[in-house]
Design a protein around this ligand. Sequence first.
Ligand code: PLP
Length: 411
Amino acid sequence: PINPGQQKELAKSNKLANVCYDIRGPVLQRARQMEDEGQRIIKLNIGNPGVFGLDVPEEMMQDVMRNMSKAGVYTDSKGLFEPRKSIMHYTQSKHIAGVTVDDIIIGNGVSELIVMAMQGLLNNGDQVLVPMPDYPLWTAAVTLAGGTARHYLCDEATGWLPDLKDMEAKITANTRGIVVINPNNPTGALYPRETLEGIIEIARHHGLVIFADEIYDKVLFDGNEHTSIASLADDVLFVTFNGLSKNYRACGYRAGWMILSGEKKHAKDYIEGLNMLASMRLCANVPGQLAIQTALGGYQSIDDLVAPEGRLCKQRDVAYDLLTAIPGVTCTKPAAAMYLFPRLDPEIYPIEDDQQFILDLLLEEKVLLVQGTGFNWHTPDHFRVVFLPNVDDLTEAIHRIARFLENYRKK
Ligand code: PLP
């Protein structure tokens, strides 16, 4: 028996040692505290459309409510047949060949499936190529599964396209897969076909799985079109992720899916592992599953919002124009998604700790952003702006950022 005075601190598992998720990190905690004290913070930190009045399409809500009486039971662990069938049809519209209902697993958002895909594949010491900057859940999920994320550069000079030379240079005997986030969070980049073909060539040559996170594939500006990387080859294994959170503004429904396609013949054991992991959590939440068929089948998408006169497109333009008018701030105009990832010229803003910089901005100006290093960016000279708030809030927030930066320059 332990004497009460000798009780040890309960430590978290070593597996969490390198897991970081700054989007919901310490600066957010401070912002919450300030809100509790009655202060109003303008939040440009999380891609949560519903918070900014971008609601779930009415028809999806109605169908979930209408079917709620069926939602009290476990489903097949991969998900209900009808939504999986509609996802299969979606893969056909994106020219991903050879996908059957059996190749689709529905999850509680893409987040759960990213963790599952990594847990099912990696042994301790395995490596996965993850973009830099990244959506940090990918790095965290690789780490939690015992692997190591090796970050390949996305190059700002080319509009944030993956640097294929750097990608290939990071491959070792332990590399198992490449993560491709397209359209990209946090940069807003949309990859051209040649880049995707270059990535496939690398994966083919080194026998790697491609994990394609395409959760923003309908949030496209300026008439851009999205190409699913899995549509470009059948001799590489692809795991493609998508869901309702962004295209259909239904983050809280926790409905996402992953699709296996391409070289499945030599992946039977991995696929069995994924099925086992899906069974362990019994099934994804059923109300969320009930929205999928309606979303994919009807006129529910985000098209009106991203059109030239649409709300999201206008907000992107305003945010881009105002940010790039600040001295020493440059930015690639996002072709897709809901984020800007501006650069602060280090000659003008010699920032050493960008988390502190973001915290100071919060305390002084009541604007909440996420620092670039929170996306595993290697230098403290970027931050991410979510352009979901309306034009008035965005304008006010960026004026405050400009004022903060002006004072910073004077210091
Ligand atoms: N992947 C990317 C690139 C994201 O930006 C997000 C959420 O912001 C997710 C995955 C997680 O999505 P979900 O809500 O489906 O878990």
